[in-house]
Design a protein around this ligand. Structure first.
Ligand code: UGA
Length: 455
């Protein structure tokens, strides 16, 4: 542990490095490098640059580096392209090819690499280990830096994976975990205005460095130890995923009881201990986070002698929930063989082109297995989805997908879909059977449509 004086000296060395005289305020500028330019890393890089920091970005994928350096985000994220172009133009963000160049310019290094699932659901710490090794190898100038893990990592990972690599390299370091709570589609907005900043630190001085970095952000800051911050991320995602499965369980029961879920929710949400957010039922949760993180938690608990049965149930319900949308189609149309079904929304939710764990995948595969002809449309995810389910016909517009269809499933909450009217369905479809898997349309306005939703 450093003495408070040493910590202050460290702080002075690390921050501020430069002052910018803005029109109203003088801001501290930190020099930050971001390792991994995926959705989290790139958004974080653009957000720090927007806040006036000097950012260097690096990724092992050469193509990704050159796309980002040209101002082209390799994925769709609202506002990101404009922010990236601005950051590059203002020279607040620089993309480099060598880790040494990334580190030379920075006092704070963020690890934003993926933590994918292994086939058994457990977390694969390989990319994190590799990234830490390449940082440590390039970090030979004896300068003390703060390594911040933003990747989602299971409690204990920093201590068991990251710290030993840095210690073995013999480089001076501070270490922290700063989980992200970015929602795809609103990631930049969330990065610029987070609802909280969680800093898991090895010592108080590290917290001061990171507090200074986030100085211009008006959000509550929680300082914890490293393992607690790692846990906050998993606990958040596990609770949110559980809320979705709870909503689906309740909605499924509402169907059996013949009651309207929305009315039940209204009554329930008046209880201040329960709020209505994340209780929208439908075809289940997808995306790169909830399924992976809950699976990792189940695998880690089980490996440690505790079987998290509740989270197992959350996943099991989610895996089969899409089937209810198909059952509703079957109820209206009977055998689906030979039927033309429009599948609207192929991404895991609206406003993203991410198809990872999208519920559109099992829906499409199941429909195809039943002999249906599936015509899919998504404003941003056509190519990604075709790679996963090539049997689905590609429509160029909502209208083309709906034209002549016997049934339709709405799978993602794109704003364009919520503007669809009963008239559109009646005019375009061979038989206007619509299953709203995301509760985006108002059933009261669906006159003439055989309209269903779960709950
Ligand atoms: C989620 C979390 O919301 C973020 O806070 C977190 O940072 C991120 O994971 C992550 O760990 O990186 P994201 O995966 O972008 O963000 O998506 P969400 O908006 O949370 O939606 C997840 C899934 O749940 C979607 O398929 C969505 O349609 C579904 N969902 C969500 C419901 O079915 N019902 C709801 O009420 C809410």
């Amino acid at each position: 542990m450093c003495s408070p004086i040493q910590e202050l000296d460290e702080l002075r060395k690390n921050l501020p490095t430069t002052f910018i005289a803005g029109p109203r305020l003088r801001r501290n500028v930190a020099t930050v490098s971001i390792v991994g330019l995926g959705p989290v890393g790139l958004t974080t890089a653009v957000a720090f640059a927007t806040q006036g920091h000097q950012v260097t970005g690096i990724d092992i994928d050469e193509r990704r580096r050159s796309e980002v350096a040209r101002g082209e985000p390799p994925f769709y994220e609202k506002g990101l392209e404009g922010g990236l172009k601005r950051a590059l133009r203002q020279k607040r963000l620089k993309i480099v090819d060598r880790m040494e160049d990334a580190l030379r310019a920075s006092t704070i290094v963020f690890l934003c690499v993926g933590t994918p699932s292994k086939p058994d659901g457990s977390m694969d710490d390989g990319p994190l280990r590799d990234a830490t090794k390449s940082v440590a190898n390039a970090w030979r100038d004896g300068k003390a830096r703060t390594l911040v893990v933003k990747s989602t990592v299971l409690p204990g990972t920093v201590e068991s994976v990251v710290r030993p690599v840095l210690e073995a390299a013999g480089v001076p370091f501070r270490i922290a975990v700063n989980p992200e709570f970015l929602r795809e589609g609103r990631a930049l907005e969330d990065a610029l205005r987070p609802d909280r900043i969680v800093l898991g630190v090895d010592r108080p001085g590290t917290a001061r460095i990171l507090r200074a970095l986030y100085r211009s952000v008006r959000s509550p800051v929680l300082v914890t130890d490293v393992r607690t911050a790692e846990s906050v991320k998993y606990a958040t995602n596990a609770l949110l995923a559980s809320k979705v499965s709870l909503a689906n369980e309740l909605a499924n029961l509402c169907d059996y009881f013949g009651v309207e879920y929305d009315e039940v929710l209204r009554g329930v949400a008046l209880d201040p201990r329960i709020n209505a957010q994340f209780l929208v039922p439908g075809v289940g949760f997808g995306g790169s986070c909830f399924p992976k993180d809950v699976r990792a938690l189940v695998a880690a608990g089980t490996a440690n002698g505790y079987r998290p049965e509740l989270f197992e149930a959350v996943l099991a319900l989610n895996d089969r929930q899409y089937g209810r949308a198909i059952a509703l189609l079957e109820k209206e149309l009977g055998d689906l063989a030979g039927r033309r079904i429009a599948l609207l929304g192929l991404a895991f939710k609206g406003n993203t082109d991410d198809v990872r764990e999208s519920r559109a995948v099992p829906i499409a595969r199941d429909l195809v297995a039943r002999g249906a002809m599936v015509v899919g449309y998504d404003p941003a995810a056509m190519d990604g989805f075709s790679k996963l389910v090539p049997d689905v016909r590609r429509a160029k517009s909502v209208e083309e997908a709906l034209k002549g269809a016997d049934g339709c499933i709405l799978q993602a909450d794109w704003p364009a879909f919520s503007r669809l009217t009963a008239k559109d369905f009646v005019k375009l479809m061979a038989s206007p059977v619509v299953v709203d898997g995301r509760r985006i349309l108002d059933p009261k306005k669906m006159k003439g449509v055989r309209f269903h939703r779960i709950g």
